[in-house]
Ligand binder design. Structure first.
Ligand code: IMP
Length: 434
């Protein structure tokens, strides 16, 4: 079984929980994009686990792979590996030699670039990811494979400093002693990381040949994709399902199923258009009930209604087979439940998604309303988990059916709470692990 999981909105859709659930039926979990800007939370009886670089599947999988498309801070990675091993001592971790290294310099540059953007600021998580991908494509980047060689490290950092001189002017990084310090720290981290480095593209393909089941865990969300998202308010990598080929060296043709994770309301951190955004007390209530604060930065998230027009686009671009709907327990507690059904301008329906702030002007978003199904008790939730969709309150069922019919995809999972067991699995193949 080869499965890919991607977020269909702005990230934070609840992928962590779905990946954790699926990792029981997959032997290997591969993460292929992003870096520590991403954040996943998994809640189990043993506690709450937050992951950034390490896949959310690491609590149950036998092996996790950080593929070439990722950007990795090796010092932070060692901390996360330690935590992952504490939670799952038998876990095997493999890291691509080709993945790019986030250094202290990149993190500093991320802040400088955001400041320089002024009114065009993105709301970056400032974890150095953007500048690391910039260096990758400028062909000046540091790769994991370079960590073993201090001379190469030094030469590469000096080149980056030369090329980014304007931004670094007046900073401590003009001092050679600082560069030498970073080289030493990276080299030390490199020694610790070296036992995990390998040609992950060969490893993934040979696992496939041996018949192992593999789960590809996407980071971020479709609307943060550097091509198809709401550019420039995006992350600096591709986030859609097709990315897994170039970012892990495994052919997309071998992927059996793409699962798209959909939060049943929406949230985003950072700047950029959000056609269904809520403001004022309604937004505050939803943010509080849904604990909508960033996993990586702690920032309060902007919140709003589920947007079916955006969702249809995301289903198309990711070629989604099955949906995983999350946070229905949260949504039901609001005193009003709405879903955006389409965009209109001057009374005319407009197709596609809104990418620019300017396009929000004069935009009319039309909504469908659903009766709130209220706060469900644990007992109610477990009844739904055991008996299926027919055990749902009628308006909740109607809500699920509306999403399915708008997207033309059925819900394979419905998440009704943070805990693993509060998950209704409707997809027969995933129920049986076939
Ligand atoms: P960066 O990738 O840290 O530069 O951030 C670029 C934009 O993507 C900002 O709006 C971030 O808040 C957003 N972003 C990046 N990663 C995530 C994520 O995993 N969840 C939600 N938003 C994210």
């Amino acid at each position: 079984m080869i499965t890919a999981v991607v977020g269909l909105q702005f990230g934070d859709e609840g992928k962590g929980k779905i990946v954790d659930f699926l990792s029981e039926m997959h032997q290997v979990v591969v993460k292929f994009n992003g870096g520590r800007n991403a954040g996943h939370t998994v809640v189990t009886q043993a506690g709450t686990f937050k992951f950034h670089l390490i896949p959310s599947g690491s609590l149950r999988a036998k092996e996790v792979i950080l593929a070439n498309g990722m950007t990795i801070d090796p010092i932070f990675l060692m901390e996360e590996i330690k935590n992952a091993k504490a939670a799952n001592p038998a876990i095997v971790v493999r890291v691509s030699r080709l993945a790019h290294v986030v250094t202290e310099l990149h993190t500093f540059l991320d802040k400088c670039e955001e400041e320089a953007r002024g009114e065009f600021k993105i709301g970056t998580t400032a974890k150095g990811i953007g500048p690391t991908y910039e260096d990758k494509y400028a062909r000046t980047g540091v790769r994991m494979d370079d960590l073993g060689n201090p001379d190469i490290l030094k030469a590469k950092l000096q080149l980056i400093i030369k090329m980014k001189g304007t931004l670094l002017h007046g900073s401590k990084y003009e001092d050679q002693a600082e560069v030498d310090r970073i080289v030493r720290e990276l080299h030390e981290a490199g020694k610790a990381v070296s036992e995990y480095l390998c040609d992950t593209e060969i490893m993934i393909n040979s696992h496939f040949s041996e018949g192992m089941s593999i789960l590809f865990e996407g980071s971020h969300g479709t609307m943060l994709d550097v091509d198809f998202g709401m550019y420039p308010y995006v992350t600096s990598s591709n986030t859609i399902s097709g990315t897994l080929s170039v970012s892990s060296g495994f052919s997309f043709r071998k992927v059996g199923k793409v699962i798209g994770v959909v939060k049943t309301y929406m949230s985003r951190v950072g700047e950029g258009p959000f056609p269904t955004e809520l403001h004022g007390p309604k937004a505050d209530t939803l943010r509080e009930i849904g604990h909508e604060y960033g996993t990586t930065t702690g920032r309060p998230r902007r919140v709003g209604w589920l947007d079916l027009q955006l969702l249809k686009y995301a289903v198309m671009i990711n070629d989604v087979d099955s949906l995983a709907l999350t946070s229905l327990d949260t949504l039901g507690q609001l005193d009003q439940i709405r879903v955006a059904t389409g965009y209109y301008r001057d009374g005319e329906r407009i197709e596609g998604i809104i990418r620019k702030n300017d396009d929000l002007k004069g935009l009319e978003v039309r909504y469908a309303e659903f009766s709130p199904w209220g706060k469900l008790s644990d007992e109610d939730i477990m009844k739904i988990v055991e008996n299926g969709i027919e055990a749902m309150p009628p308006s909740m069922k109607e809500f699920v059916r509306t999403i399915e019919s708008a997207t033309g995809r059925s819900a394979g999972f419905i998440s009704l709470g943070n805990r693993r067991e509060k998950t209704l699995v409707l997809d027969p193949a995933l129920k049986s692990g076939a």
